[in-house]
Design a protein around this ligand. Sequence first.
Ligand code: TA6
Length: 301
Amino acid sequence: MDFQQLNSDFGIPRQLEIIPGPGGMPMIKVDNGSARALISLYGGQVLSFQPLEQAEDVLFLSGQSAYTEGKAIRGGIPVCWPWFGPDPKGLQRPNHGFVRNHFWQLTKTEAVSDSETTVSLRFTDRFKQENTWRKPFLLMLDISIGPILRLKLTTCNTGNEPFSITQVFHSYFRVGDIKRVQVLGLEDCDYFDKLDQGIQKTQKGIVTVAREVDRVYVEAYKNLVIVDPVLKRRIHINSPNTSTAVVWNPWLKTSKKMSDLADTDYQRFICVEAGNVAFDLIQVQPGSQFSLQANYSLLPD
Ligand code: TA6
């Protein structure tokens, strides 16, 4: 990777620099009047977002994450696309699709103002020869770093046949103590409980986590709030084009089986993921496009 060239093409003085990260992987480091952020070209993954007034990162990133081609980085906001979860066709293709396991291309950076920086990445169908997913497509990820972290993932169908996708922003949020966290906005929603044979259940009251949780909420609200009394903050997730949300925490037993997570890390994060899964399958017609959007911000305590 030619970092000098990347910086000469895309660097922004005093705002954006492309640096070698762990494993030599190229990372985009943003530091503006609102926030600091780190984005990995591997996976097109936001790894860190920290508004300047915050003592702690909004996102959780595992200290044991692998930074190795073929493996996903554990933490931040992995992009699950064109399927969420196991390979829908049972062909042993990777869990959560393949774009989190490949390098994306940096196409544009811009200083919108002193306090907002935008980064555009793209991923093309160059992998179709590998029998991964034989559909002609272009995938674009637009990221805005300001007081709000905004993500827009646009799927373009560049072929002649319609295709279907499921997708999520698999966001890992840093929390002070998982046992004291509340997730607002899923009350009375139905969910599929992945830990109980996918049975459909109804959420009674506010979501709290006191054991392993792995749920796909359907007809979820487009505004969710993570209340964290320990870090004294509320994280607001707004996702206008979704009707599903995933809530996941592996708790201790499952964490112990995961080589890229410390045994006690589960206490310090919750995944609340905006996306289009289950009944919310998206069909993209030839020549048309669909955008998944999520906006992450902090509300006063
Ligand atoms: O989003 C929840 C989930 O699908 C869980 O089932 C859990 O396995 C998690 O994602 C992590 O998946 P990964 O493939 O990154 O280990």
